[in-house]
Design a protein around this ligand. Structure first.
Ligand code: UD1
Ligand code: CA
Length: 452
């Protein structure tokens, strides 16, 4: 099939400088969601009609598989589809989607297209309690005969509750013919795509109306309130999918997935967590309240405690992170390791069973197994120009408040005394300490206040 996506409209009610289809749902532009549905149908062509906002839309979503057609000025939905005609293949039907209707299921679309490949005009309709603003489906003896826009409708027509969702599929040569016959002689002075329904009926072509599996699939975004409402619907469907797969959610209404979240069995996710990019949680993982996880994978039974922020990290099985931990890109935690409160790690490999339990910065480091990193330890990895690596071998013990001035290496089994500023390598199995020797001065007296 060909797919035409209408995305040239202004979106006045968003009150925004950003073109409407670039506003985000679950962290991605509305149009990106529609493109995903379109691609799932494996079409021969995808033509996106853009206009309002100029090149911003094609620049944001550029891709080799898309044809961009400019509609300027915007003279209605029929006029918009006309801009796509030079790019359409006649031997397959054409599906029209809206760039601001992000939640339609690929299955509903596949069902809609089927009659169009048999020569019918196929439209997606909905029964609404309040049909205000929508085009009404006018039937005669049960057969769809035309669509009348709300602004053109008389009282009797406005009473019809079956509305046009705007999504339709048509045989392509017939679509060309019907569009050529459109006029803008109507209440809005626009070329209405909806007028092709009456044209099809006049041609003796059957018009099939189908309904989506869920009403919300065809909801569009015209305002920020509607966008927020669709966001909640989207998140709820994600939460339901997870629970069906065996995930325990403390509250399915307090979970946000902005990307893909894959979970094993018996994962528990507490309230207020945000998942971004690609996140994988193996079986038995627990994520505490108010955590942000972006592009991370957690091994079996790993625990992330409250208020932790993980980005671009890999966490091994049975490891424990947080509360209040920050893992930055390139962090790899070995099995059973611990990263505790107020510890930041970046581009660091922490070996199995190693621990950094309190208040530390570990960056650009290679840490072996069973290493203990004391509170207040800092890798001084940056000299103001370049980054340098710190290497800590297996079984080392780093005393509290140590600075490791990289590049530097701590040998296997070495101990660093608390407060050490390490500027040269520390030998294996020895105690290295650099600090002023402690002295006590006998007979020393505190100063006393001067008398005036
Ligand atoms: C349209 C339908 C109406 C339907 C409703 C569903 C027509 C004439 N009316 O009305 O029957 O009930 O959608 O929401 O088709 N667009 C362009 N170029 C234009 C005009 C619009 O690309 O010149 C795009 C918009 O960006 C939007 C879509 O087409 O994605 C629909 O436009 P909109 O103005 O929202 O149509 P409605 O008047 O709501
Ligand atoms: Ca609309």
């Amino acid at each position: 099939m060909n797919i035409v996506i209408l995305a040239a409209g202004k979106g006045t009610r968003m009150h925004s400088d950003l073109p409407k289809v670039l506003h985000t749902l679950a962290g991605r532009p509305l149009l990106a969601h529609v493109l995903e549905q379109a691609r799932a149908l494996k079409p021969q062509r995808i033509v996106v009609i853009y206009g309002h906002g100029g090149d911003a839309v094609p620049r944001a979503l550029a891709s080799d598989d898309l044809v961009w057609a400019l509609q300027s000025p915007q003279r209605g939905t029929g006029h918009a589809v006309m801009q796509a005609l030079p790019h359409l293949i006649d031997s397959v039907p054409t599906l029209v989607l809206y760039g601001d209707v992000p939640l339609t299921a690929a299955q509903s679309l596949a069902t809609l297209v089927e009659p169009a490949s048999q020569g019918a005009l196929s439209i997606l309709t909905l029964d609404l309690d309040d049909p205000t603003g929508y085009g009404r489906i006018v039937r005669d003896c049960g057969r769809v005969v035309r669509i009348v826009e709300h602004k053109d409708a008389d009282g009797a027509t406005r009473a019809i509750r079956e509305v046009n969702t705007g999504i339709l599929a048509a045989p392509t040569p017939a679509l060309r013919r019907w569009l050529a016959g459109l006029s803008d002689n109507n209440a809005q002075g626009e070329y209405y795509l909806t007028d092709i329904v009456a044209a099809a009926v006049a041609d003796g072509v059957v018009v099939e109306a189908t309904q989506p599996a869920h009403d919300w699939e065809t909801l569009g975004v015209n305002s920020r309130a509607q966008l927020a409402q669709l966001e909640r619907i989207y998140q709820r469907t994600q939460a339901d999918r997870l629970m069906e797969a065996g995930v325990a959610l403390a509250d399915p209404a307090r979970l946000d997935i902005r990307g893909t979240l894959e979970c094993g069995r018996d994962v528990f996710i507490d309230v207020g967590c945000v998942f971004e990019g690609q996140v994988r949680l193996a079986a038995g993982v627990t994520v505490g309240p108010y955590c942000v996880l972006r592009n991370v994978s957690l091994g079996e039974r790993a625990q992330v405690l409250a208020f932790s922020h993980l980005d671009g990290a890999q966490v091994g099985a049975d490891a424990r992170v947080g509360p209040y931990a920050r893992l930055r890109p390139g962090t790899e935690l070995g099995e059973g390791s611990h990263v505790g409160n107020f510890v930041e790690m970046k581009a660091t490999r922490l070996g199995a069973g190693s621990k950094a339990n309190h208040l530390a910065y570990v960056g650009d480091a290679e840490v072996g197994e069973r290493v203990n990193i004391g509170a207040g330890t800092i890798t001084c990895n940056y000299d103001g120009v370049n980054k340098h690596r710190t290497i800590i071998e297996d079984d080392a013990f780093i005393g509290s408040d140590t600075q490791l001035v990289a590049p530097v290496r701590v040998g296997k089994g070495a101990t660093l005394g608390a407060g050490t500023t390490l500027t040269r390598d520390a030998p294996a199995d020895q105690l290295t300490v650099s600090r002023a020797r402690q002295t006590a001065i006998p007979g020393w007296k505190r100063p006393t206040r001067k008398k005036d």
